[in-house]
Design a protein around this ligand. Structure first.
Ligand code: GDP
Length: 315
């Protein structure tokens, strides 16, 4: 089968599957849509953590053990910020810093985020297309027992410790979707929409909150297939299970995937989460979903495409 594959992704979990997809698809057949709800301004710089995680991972430059940042990074800048008594809770490596400085300079000059991202990807030798969900700022905020917190204050500065009451995707209503994403979704030759195993509340919901995005996905010609970010009731990494419990939800693959609310044609869950086929409200495929090695990322990516194809053939 040919036709492009659109993958919706946050940072660390999503980038793993995106890397697998990039190893089995020709570069021009993969479009990765990145969450920008985590973006923020820090030390006067425009920081886009999920875009950068995707960009570094797909370019083979990522610090894989850590999951974010660049491999072989040096930390001279941060050490000096620390020594000066500056804000050092958000770690910026020396080479990573260059990306933020360059992005900020170009945004201040009036270049949209999508164009800056395309240029950064090109400069880093990426063939795959990485698209920010919107050029307009959307900011994930969390109401907690300590009051409203911006995403990075909650996630990095407060280590996800406050109890979450609710989330909002600030300014989403007035944001415009990246037109290149809508064009990819409207393409009659579209092969699949893959919802990566990213946090449904923190990474995928902001993408779906961009006006027109959910509708375009629901109306697209291709099957929508999601990989569960929860394995056996637990997060592989990050606060998803904790947040779900705080929101009054049972942390399970079924509850996490139910957050996509009728958008999915198929789900891919781990053998420990195999339930009766009706449990997911969509076709259920069962396979190992923990991705540690590149072989596991590639195998899971191949499986998502097979599942998409079987849904297409069954139509
Ligand atoms: P963030 O923006 O960096 O937090 O990254 P994402 O939202 O893309 O990914 C976080 C989610 O990925 C968490 O819910 C993890 O449980 C999930 N995750 C991370 N690694 C894996 C994995 O190997 N397999 C699966 N199924 N989920 C994973």
């Amino acid at each position: 089968m040919t036709g492009r594959v659109v993958a919706l992704s946050g940072g660390i979990g999503g980038a793993k599957l995106a890397l697998g997809l990039s190893r089995i698809l020709p570069a021009h057949e993969l479009v990765v849509v990145a969450n920008t709800g985590d973006d923020f301004e820090h030390l006067g710089l425009a920081i886009s953590p999920d875009l950068d995680t995707l960009m570094y991972t797909l370019a083979g430059l990522a610090d894989e053990a850590q999951g974010w940042g660049l491999a072989g990074e040096s930390w001279g800048f941060m050490a000096m910020v620390d020594r000066l008594g500056g804000e050092s809770w958000f770690r910026l490596g020396d080479r990573d810093l260059a990306v933020h400085v360059e992005r900020t300079r170009r945004l201040r000059g009036g270049t949209p985020l999508s164009q800056v991202t395309a240029d950064l990807c090109k400069a880093l030798g990426l063939g795959v297309t990485v698209l920010p969900m919107s050029d307009d700022p959307i900011r994930t905020r969390l109401e907690t027992d300590e009051g409203w917190l911006n995403f990075q204050d909650y996630f990095v500065r407060r280590h996800c410790e406050p109890r979450v009451i609710r989330l909002e995707y600030h300014d989403a209503e007035q944001a415009r979707p990246n037109p290149a994403i809508l064009a990819a979704l409207h393409d009659p030759a579209l092969r699949a929409v893959i919802v990566c195993p990213s946090n449904p509340w923190l990474s995928i919901a902001p993408i779906l909150a961009v006006p027109g995005m959910r509708k375009a996905i629901a109306a697209c010609a291709a099957p929508v297939v999601a990989v569960s970010p929860i394995i056996g009731g637990r997060a592989v990494k990050g606060p998803i299970a904790k947040i779900m419990a705080e929101l009054g939800l049972v942390p399970s693959a079924a509850t996490a995937l139910a957050h996509y609310d009728g958008l999915l044609d198929a789900v891919i869950v781990d053998p420990v989460d195999a339930a009766d086929p009706g449990a997911y409200g969509a076709h259920m495929a069962v396979t190992d979903t923990l991705m540690t090695t590149l072989a596991e990322k590639t195998a899971l990516a191949a499986r998502t495409l097979d599942v998409a194809q079987s849904v297409t053939l069954a139509r």
